[in-house]
Design a protein around this ligand. Structure first.
Ligand SMILES: Nc1ncnc2c1ncn2[C@@H]1O[C@H](COP(=O)(O)OP(=O)(O)OP(=O)(O)O)[C@@H](O)[C@H]1O
Ligand SMILES: O=P(O)(O)OC[C@H]1O[C@H](OP(=O)(O)OP(=O)(O)O)[C@H](O)[C@@H]1O
Length: 330
């Protein structure tokens, strides 16, 4: 567990949650002064609020992951909140860039977002787990051939969607004038070509966007990945831990597959070396005493090679199956 920066108050996400809640009730109920949404409403219902990116590159993967972790919910069209069926959890669909702020300073108990956004938002959240997706880096970029030294951009015009991190980075390089950092919301890579910037700070994964815009990487500010975060002031510590374990179980399961095969007993020592399993393989005797059945976890990325090796070692009836979830420990 890793703690990031500092925090304070609670913000009214619960109002949105409550609005959605009353939206599904008769109109009179929504107008009843006794039932006017207020920040405590959600606490009273006792539900954990879980912030999920509402669109963009992280959305589909995260929704798939939450379903794989057993969070069953139905999201009504146009509603940004969905109540889970079997757990006192509501998913709140928010812009990825705002989730860290809601978790650090609002009523949202947990969330999923990038480490870049957490750093930019300067909030106090608990990083529970890396999710192995959204891996990229935040880099200083400049028109190809113009400079290889970020100090040459200090004091000049730099455009970005990460003004806090950009200002901090260039503040450490400035010897004279302050860098003129301008914030725009997207397509930052266009800003040098359109005469707005001398350099930019933007995310790079494959480098395709950067190169297509005629830019090159000058320096890396930070590496980032998508993470599961929690509000340090949440009252739902046990539920947070339950969800963390479920998500961790799903992620581990998605990295492994189960291989089962039969092998002559006298060749078992060879097969065991090929499939040592996570702790050890499970071995069952067969009717024919000369044979045993083996099952073992294998990494998905190595499964095909392992099957080739097992066959070459004399194993037969080799089957590979997917694992949908797990509790294996971290
Ligand atoms: N090219 C990329 N490769 C990997 N991860 C990325 C990439 N671009 C962005 N991310 C991660 O996804 C997060 C959200 O990205 P971003 O704010 O660009 O949203 P988006 O998915 O493009 O949707 P939107 O349409 O709202 O801009 C980033 O903060 C970063 O952590
Ligand atoms: O190195 P690459 O693989 O090309 O990825 C990097 C691009 O991905 C992100 O943009 P996105 O596609 O989210 O669009 P945006 O510029 O509108 O945010 C990021 O802002 C870069 O522009």
């Amino acid at each position: 567990m890793h703690r990031i920066a500092l925090s304070t108050a609670r913000a009214p996400v619960a109002a949105a949650a409550a609005a959605a809640y009353y939206g599904s009730r008769p109109r009179e109920a929504a107008c009843d002064p006794q039932l006017v949404p207020h920040p405590e409403r959600h606490d009273r219902r006792g539900e954990l609020l879980f912030g999920v990116p509402k669109k963009g590159r992280l959305h589909e993967k995260i929704v798939g992951m939450l379903k794989g972790a057993g969070l069953e919910y139905k999201r009504e069209a146009r509603l940004d909140i969905a109540h889970c069926r079997d757990l006192p959890v509501s998913l709140v669909f928010l812009p990825a860039a705002d989730i860290a702020t809601y978790v650090g300073e609002g009523d949202v108990d947990m969330g999923i977002t990038g480490e870049d956004i957490i750093a930019e938002s300067e909030v106090d959240v608990i990083e529970l787990m890396r999710l192995g997706m959204g891996k990229c880096r935040l880099s200083v970029q400049a028109p190809a051939g113009s400079t290889q030294d970020p100090r040459q951009l200090a004091g000049k015009r730099v455009v970005t969607s990460f003004p806090v991190l950009t200002k901090k980075y260039f503040a450490g390089l400035e010897t004279g004038a302050e860098t003129k950092v301008k914030c725009i919301s997207g397509s930052v890579e266009a800003s040098c070509g359109l005469g707005l910037a001398d350099g930019i700070v933007d995310l790079v994964e494959t480098g395709t966007t950067m190169r297509a815009a005629g830019l090159e990487e000058v320096s890396v500010i930070m590496h980032t990945e998508t993470v599961l975060i929690a509000n340090p002031h949440s009252h739902h510590k046990e539920l947070i831990e339950l969800l963390r374990k479920r998500i961790s179980g799903f992620i581990t399961a998605s990295r492994y597959m189960m291989v089962t095969y039969n092998v002559p007993r006298h060749l078992l020592h060879v097969a065991r070396q090929i499939t040592p399993g996570k702790k050890s393989p499970s071995i069952q005797p067969l009717e024919d005493e000369a044979w045993v059945a083996v099952s073992a976890l294998v990494e998905k990325s190595k499964a095909a090679t392992i099957m080739d090796s097992l066959e070459a070692a004399g194993a037969t009836d080799i089957l590979l199956s997917a694992i949908h979830s797990s509790r294996m420990g971290d």
